[in-house]
Design a protein around this ligand. Structure first.
Ligand code: ZN
Length: 221
């Protein structure tokens, strides 16, 4: 009996010792990727990016949709567009645009191209954009404004929390946020307290407001 107890104790101690120094995750924690906000763009960049964001916005309006995207070569050539028509829950505007462009041009990766989207890429689309190796992604409305302020259903994560993971595929996509959000935010009237099926009760930090600093390696937050 005594031998058995000693054996059990030995196994328990060995097990505990073997796991005590394990980290919470296999991966190193890194800060969010760079996020340039529209207000910090140079005058020339602001003009350039607003021009192409208007194309994505017009595609959304023409299709009576909220989410649309346009893929543009950095020389200003518009390659293709895409719109979320709801034909499947995963066919978001960004995915539609990437699939359309791939079918049109047979390209698998999009270095030297920019993807414009009316809404900040969700977790799924952020991953798709990274895998497609876009040079820049420019979005209008922020997820946290749609979700926390307007109660619009979203996977609640800043896209630069996904874009920070580019080190795993040897690619970085620059993020620019808030370009013409004053237009696209009108696509998202508040659903708070309504019975709209796209509405949710958001779980957000108590004192968060849209004027709070946005997390970014670029800004050091
Ligand atoms: Zn998405």
């Amino acid at each position: 009996m005594k031998l058995l107890l000693s054996l059990i104790l030995f196994i328990f101690v060995a097990f505990a010792t073997a796991h005590n120094d394990c980290p919470k995750s296999a991966y190193l924690d890194v800060p969010p990727s760079d996020l340039v906000q529209a207000k910090d763009l140079s005058a020339a960049d602001k003009v350039f990016h607003e021009k192409y964001m208007r194309i994505a916005i017009q595609v959304a309006i023409d299709n009576n949709a909220k989410f649309a995207a346009a893929i543009v070569h950095k020389n200003g050539t518009v390659m293709c567009t895409g719109v979320n028509t709801g034909r499947a829950r995963i066919y978001h505007g960004e995915i539609e645009a990437i699939v359309n462009c791939t079918q049109m041009y047979g390209k698998k990766t999009w270095e030297d191209h920019y993807l414009y989207t009316t809404g900040e890429p969700c977790v799924m689309c952020s991953g798709a954009i990274m895998w497609s190796k876009f040079d820049k992604t420019i979005f209008a409305s922020y997820v946290n404004n749609m979700y926390c302020e307007r109660c619009f259903n979203q996977l609640p994560m800043d896209s630069n929390e996904i874009f920070k993971l580019g080190y795993g595929i040897n690619h970085n996509t620059q993020l620019i946020g808030g370009v013409l959000e004053e237009i696209t935010d009108t696509f998202f009237p508040s659903l708070c307290g309504t019975d709209n099926s796209w509405g949710v009760v958001p779980l957000c930090s108590e004192n968060w407001r849209r004027s709070c600093p946005r997390s970014s390696r670029y800004f050091g937050y």
